[in-house]
Design a protein around this ligand. Structure first.
Ligand SMILES: Cc1ncc(COP(=O)(O)O)c(C=O)c1O
Length: 413
């Protein structure tokens, strides 16, 4: 007997109290998923349950400490399934992607020397740029920047490949732009990095809520994401290839563990966030019929999210076609393998901030600015940044209608 519920938007949305609230007597519509997604009740319950019964530290001889120790193991295993990591020992937790990246960059760059080169991209969030610029500066290594294709806000992969040389020590790049939504084909970059013995550090923060990650298929050295972008609490997750887990030398407090992922984790983790993270991955997998395997259930569930998100993108783009005052920076087609449902726009007459503020007064929640994609806004000469409309699988066509009604009214005012 198949007990898996069939995916419907009503069933999805029923799990999020945040989506049903009104504020100042107006309904709320969240289009700021790339800034942080809403959180289902099951995740909140897991966090409250941990804090109200088991709050403790690791390694003490009583029940709640044992539960906490088991929780860390469980969280690493759940993330192993989420990322298809070869072992749960290749999963490292930290405060968020930025903090993890700064910390890992110290260990990764320890043996860099003057003359070495690092490649970053103009498409990336600066968490995956500044950390490498500063690590390179400390070692007198130089940094090269791969440009974007200006006509569709995607990464110019050819340009990136032209920068790779035997001096390249690391390539840091994103799997998807948090601003234009464009997905990057990282396979040729990873291939080129292997040819010259460079390491690859992937930012999957924006990609993770939309597509299921497979670090073994990617064959990357490092990959980072952040659970608050995929319906979970604030916690960063790093995958590190097993060969680096054993051999990199992190900066650590004595007497930190000598082996395994805990070597890279400083201080006490947010155990309540780990409890929430396990529940988040269960939430993500809920539409799968794959029986015992969490990974299979995730694969099936993500196939459904991809289908729905493609429909949202197609609907959004069709509506955008009838709004001549808007300019899109990004791919103008809906295919979910090429873009996430995240759209960067500017408007005639109104600045991005003015548009976002006017919509915010209607509880249509979205942001304006550079979103730390500094290379992108600089290359495109967008001093005021863009308006970003970022949809998640809980968004509906009715919400898109509400957005376009408000935009039309605003632009015709
Ligand atoms: C693509 C991307 N990378 C990195 C980050 C930084 O993530 P965190 O807030 O976990 O440090 C963000 C946050 O917005 C992001 O969108």
């Amino acid at each position: 007997m198949n007990l898996t519920p069939e995916f419907t938007l009503e069933k999805v949305r029923a799990q999020f109290n945040a989506l049903h609230q009104s504020y100042n007597d107006l309904p709320v519509t969240f289009f700021d998923g790339p800034g942080g997604s809403q959180v289902p009740e099951s995740v909140l319950e897991a966090m409250v349950s941990y804090l109200s019964h088991y709050n403790s530290n690791l390694g003490a001889p009583y029940f709640s400490s044992q539960v906490t120790t088991d929780l860390v193991t469980q969280a690493r295993q759940a993330c192993q399934s989420l990322l298809n990591a070869p072992t749960s020992d290749s999963i490292i937790f930290g405060a968020n992607m930025t903090t993890l990246t700064f910390s890992l960059s110290r260990a990764i760059s320890r043996d860099w020397q003057a003359g070495d080169e690092v490649i970053v991209t103009a498409l990336d969030h600066y968490a995956n740029v500044s950390s490498w610029q500063q690590a390179a500066h400390d070692k007198q290594a130089s940094v090269k920047v791969a440009q974007i294709n200006e006509q569709d806000g995607s990464l110019d992969v050819e340009h990136l490949l032209s920068l790779v040389s035997t001096k390249t020590r690391l390539i840091a790049l994103t799997l998807a732009s948090n601003t234009t939504g464009s997905i990057v084909d990282v396979a040729p970059v990873i291939e080129a990095a292997k040819q010259v013995g460079a390491r690859v550090y992937i930012d999957a923060v924006h990609y993770a809520p939309h597509h299921l990650i497979d670090v073994q298929a990617l064959d990357c050295d490092f990959l980072v994401c952040s659970a608050y972008k995929f319906f979970g609490p604030h916690i960063g997750i790093a995958y590190m290839h097993p060969k680096w887990v054993q051999t990199l030398q992190p900066y650590k407090v004595e007497p930190a563990p000598e082996l395994g992922p805990a070597r890279f984790e400083t201080g006490t983790q947010s155990f309540e966030a780990l409890a929430g993270l396990v529940a988040t991955i269960d939430y993500l997998a809920q539409w799968g019929e794959g029986g015992e395997s969490l990974r299979t259930r995730l694969e099936q569930s993500f196939a459904i999210y991809n289908q729905h998100e493609s429909q949202l993108s197609a609907y959004f783009l069709a509506k955008l076609g009838s709004l001549p005052q808007a300019k899109l920076y990004g791919r103008d087609y809906a295919d979910s393998s090429a873009r996430t449902p995240t759209f960067a726009l500017t408007f005639e007459r109104l600045t991005p901030t003015e548009v976002a503020k006017a919509l915010g007064e209607l509880n249509i929640c979205l942001g304006a600015g550079h979103f730390y994609a500094l290379g992108l806004v600089r290359q495109l000469g967008l001093e005021d940044g863009v308006v970003r409309i970022g949809m998640m699988h809980y968004n509906t066509k009715q919400e898109i209608d509400r957005l376009f009604e408000a935009l039309t009214e605003l632009l015709e005012r």
